[in-house]
Design a protein around this ligand. Sequence first.
Ligand code: AHR
Length: 325
Amino acid sequence: MFKRISALLLAGAVTMTMAGCGGDGGSGGSAGDGKITMGFSQVGAESGWRTANTKSVQTAAEAAGVTLKFSDAQQKQENQIKAIRSYIQQKVDVIAFSPVVESGWDTVLKEAKNAAIPVILTDRAVDSKDTSLYKTFLGSDFVEEGRKAGKWLTEEFKDTKDPVNIVELQGTTGSAPANDRKAGFAEAIGTDPKFKVIASQTGDFTRAKGKEVMEAFLKANPDIDVLYAHNDDMGLGAIEAIEGAGKVPGKDIKIITIDAVKDGMQALADGKISYIVECSPLLGPQLMDLAAKAVKGESIPARVVTEETTFTQEQAKEALPSRQY
Ligand code: AHR
């Protein structure tokens, strides 16, 4: 019964968000007026990054005159698959989505291909072998982000002889940023036995889960030197846990995070976080350009990598006043 009610509520939520964000509720498609209709399936609203990304896509669609049908998958793959099928049924001109996890997309992507609707992956990638199922992937190099985090750590502790005990808060299990940021970091810290990842668990990219898992880490491990969190939000939740345990974030435990959203940058400027690797959510304008080209059948690059930087505490102080998100 509960399942049935949830399914009905979910169906309602998808329809409502579509209607609320520029959807015409009709059959979609450019309908001969030259205007592009895009179906966009967002992962959720799990982090400050995601909120900024949603805003960037919605603002850019409006500026480009694109009719946006938007749905929020609440971090669930089945919701994204339903939304994509609904966009196919509505015959939108182009589908864009940020896949919550990497695997399990081939069937629905084949359905889009059979309907001749171009698909653009934005922010996160899929692991499909058949790359003809989508036109391009626009987003960050998550492996490189993990490497940058690991390089900072090895440099910071290069003169330390003692073991460096690291705990890791991973992003959503099975997601591209969680897989890649973990791999890039592991590669950068290498095989030096000094660096020990003593615990690694998912915090699902949320502040609440970051806090909860960090509390468990602190109870099980009295001697943590470093926290590597796959995003700012989990790092911010962990700061609450560290302070709750009577420790000083940034001093007793150095913290490295990824994203550089305003709250993260503030914690960096305040000395609670030690280093942030940027991951830009401002993908909207590039997405609209690529979508227009894909709809016209013009050739577009198979991969568009976002340009990003890193921030120390001093750099955060300088950047904060003009930070857009
Ligand atoms: O896919 C990008 C990641 O997803 C961001 O780093 C994180 O904050 C978000 O939830």
